[in-house]
Design a binder for this molecule. Sequence first.
Ligand SMILES: Cc1cc2nc3c(=O)[nH]c(=O)nc-3n(C[C@H](O)[C@H](O)[C@H](O)COP(=O)(O)O)c2cc1C
Length: 169
Amino acid sequence: MTVLGLVGSSCGGLDTRFRAELAAPAAGRGHRLAITLTPAAHRWLDAAGELDGLAALTDLPVRSVSRLPGEPRPHPDPAVFLFAPASANSVAKLALGIADNQALTVLGDVLGDPAATIVVGYQVQDTRFRHPAWRRHLDTLAEAGVRIRRLEYGEPWSDILDLLPGPTP
Ligand SMILES: Cc1cc2nc3c(=O)[nH]c(=O)nc-3n(C[C@H](O)[C@H](O)[C@H](O)COP(=O)(O)O)c2cc1C
């Protein structure tokens, strides 16, 4: 079963759509989910009572904090990642190589590895495109081989799953 590294950050709709439109359909397509959340995303999903439902979709722990030195690594190394929803903040940090939380650490460790597939679905307001560095961040990720798409407000997030390679049994 293919392990899918599913990474989520704190975008509007996360609390109601992350499980229903990303995690559950990905599991339904046969992916074994290794879920990692930014600290803010974890707080939002905890407050919404969504963590138990997410945990029920996978045999692997839902992560947001790094392991202690000496602790075993709780997730295997996925060859395929879906980072969605990806906030403007986390996209910028990933493009710059900042790894100040576990979600950005797992993504930053594989970014640029030709053996890894990374799909990023970002959700931002139109005004983000006025930021002088924004397009450069998107270009940086695309040049590193990331399949990157914008999640449009009002469109189902699950469409981004079509960019993933199919799971292998
Ligand atoms: C209700 C709410 C909705 C938000 N929606 C978005 C969003 O859709 N996209 C985005 O880039 N930031 C959004 N933000 C701002 C991010 O949550 C904020 O920049 C945060 O620091 C991102 O942290 P993270 O990337 O580590 O999860 C939202 C914030 C709130 C409170």
